[in-house]
Ligand binder design. Sequence first.
Ligand code: HEC
Ligand code: HEC
Ligand code: HEC
Ligand code: HEC
Ligand code: HEC
Length: 399
Amino acid sequence: MRSRAWVVGALLVAGCAGAAVGVRVDSVETFVARHWRVPLAAQGPPPARFSPLEASLAPESCGTCHPVQFTDWRTSTHAAAMGPGVAGQLAEMLVREPATALACQHCHAPLAEQAPLLPDTLTANPAFDAALRARGIPCAACHVRHHERFGPPRRDGSLASAAPRETLPHGGVTRTPAYLASEFCRGCHQFGADGYALNGKLLEDTYAEWKASRFAATGVQCQDCHMPDRRHLWRGIHDPEMVRGGLTITLVDDEPRAAGAVASRLVVENTGVGHRFPTYVTPLVIMRAELVDAAERGVAGTRAERRIGREITLDLARERSDTRLAPGERAELAYARALDGTAVAARFSVIVYPDAFYTGFFEALLRQGAGRGEEDVRRALDDTRRSAFIVFEAFSRPP
Ligand code: HEC
Ligand code: HEC
Ligand code: HEC
Ligand code: HEC
Ligand code: HEC
């Protein structure tokens, strides 16, 4: 766990190797407020001494010198944040409601150079780079402002530069502890107090859920779980290992009431997710019990289920239920049955549908007509249907 001393300190003064001058470091809140003020400003012209490679905002360019981060990033959902589901919707929206489309891009493709239109006049943006837009949340969105590089302290905690900055590629880097703090992620993973809410709860409330948890109390940041060893993978609900790592799932066998019967309880506990499991309205998790025959086929009419998720209507107008698990909470599915007919055992499973909401949403959008985005939305719908996986499966047999 990292030292939290710097979070409260408003100003730190660190010795700067190479030059004996003090470095002023902003507090996390000051840095985040400036760094993530949306819409982000255009980078402007690069310093004259920059080579074309140093001036480029393309993730591949950064990847020439930072291959480890690039190899990770390209597999992440951040790199896919302008995938067909988003791009398909924005195609029509850019024509009908351009200001809304630009607001979507604040989280999905945040650089000024990724916006087809200027935010104030809604006319064509001369700095627009269509290829960069397709890259979703590129390196530069988190690390570059006015061509200046910003990044975390060195792993030893120091903020010093390895050499005089002007001698380093891209003029070196301004290091600041804000990169290690959950507040760095907040702008895109937490709606503001006046944001869209249902049943008195914001639609996106991940930071606040984390803040209320024992993880925040003990200094465990988003990055500690989602960027371990500074990896740029950001695994979450789409990754079976990540989901399994956040939960403790147990099957407890009870004493059946009669011979040839099963009685068990499937328990899912949120022991390692730093916010609600799941945090968003879009995934759905199903705990399932059913009898199976000798070939492990489910026996009709024997299925019992319990849902974990925050289910809302497709028009986002109403919350149907909220059965998510806050850190420390558990859900239980008790199942007791006689094994008659072809049944030989009971199967207990936990199934994750990371994109459950979007499956219904894209279906509805296509029925209503997705216009210019039709082809993309069809592709996105297929993707949502393929993303489900089983995180747990076990059988219970009569003693
Ligand atoms: C020509 C090679 C080169 C290119 C291209 C390049 N970098 Fe760097 N970068 C470096 C070097 C060398 C350092 C180490 C500087 C230091 O030690 O102070 C560095 C440091 C950094 C750091 C601080 C990392 C740390 O070690 O703490 C970040 C963040 C960063 N670069 C981001 C980027 C991004 C984003 C891009 C693309 C927009 C990019 N760089 C393009 C060479 C490059
Ligand atoms: C405050 C940041 C934020 C804004 C603004 C935002 N999104 Fe998202 N969006 C997210 C996050 C975080 C996720 C991932 C979690 C989820 O699925 O809810 C996401 C997921 C999605 C997905 C599913 C993933 C995918 O790539 O298919 C779609 C589609 C989407 N958003 C569309 C939009 C559209 C359209 C808008 C504008 C009307 C918008 N978003 C505005 C943060 C945002
Ligand atoms: C969503 C924001 C985000 C994006 C996108 C992103 N980074 Fe980072 N990067 C971070 C954060 C946060 C850290 C510090 C993580 C930590 O220390 O736990 C970091 C750390 C780094 C470091 C320092 C690594 C080290 O070992 O000290 C480098 C270099 C870097 N990023 C380069 C890149 C490059 C290159 C890309 C694109 C291929 C990229 N980043 C994309 C947020 C981002
Ligand atoms: C510029 C906005 C932005 C920032 C900053 C940002 N994210 Fe995201 N994040 C998104 C969006 C948008 C998505 C959904 C992308 C999609 O699927 O279309 C997402 C998705 C994710 C996911 C979901 C993976 C999954 O399985 O669905 C995780 C985990 C995540 N982000 C963690 C972080 C962490 C940790 C930080 C801070 C270091 C961070 N994000 C910073 C916008 C952002
Ligand atoms: C203690 C570890 C831990 C911390 C701290 C943590 N997460 Fe997670 N997060 C997980 C695990 C495990 C999952 C996978 C299970 C799930 O989806 O809830 C996850 C999933 C996610 C997802 C996927 C979408 C969803 O509906 O669940 C997003 C987005 C996310 N985290 C963002 C964040 C952000 C932003 C922070 C900081 C405010 C954060 N996480 C803090 C462990 C953590």
